[in-house]
Design a protein around this ligand. Structure first.
Ligand SMILES: [Zn+2]
Ligand SMILES: [Zn+2]
Length: 55
């Protein structure tokens, strides 16, 4: 999967210094999350904005 390289202004070719850039959370807009939360198939938030939610 192609993604932007953090070292160079181009697509990463697997330099090992970067990872796929996280999509901004639809709820808080943050990219520093480690967990994405889904309701049905819809991404509703991440561990940065939803601590724990029981449904
Ligand atoms: Zn890279
Ligand atoms: Zn979030």
């Amino acid at each position: 999967m192609a993604y932007q390289c953090k070292q160079m202004d181009k697509e990463c070719d697997g330099c090992g210094h970067c990872q796929e850039e996280a999509e901004p959370c639809p709820n808080c807009g943050g990219q520093g999350y480690e967990v994405q939360y889904f309701l049905e198939n819809e991404w509703i938030g991440c561990d940065q904005c939803i601590k724990r939610r029981f449904i």
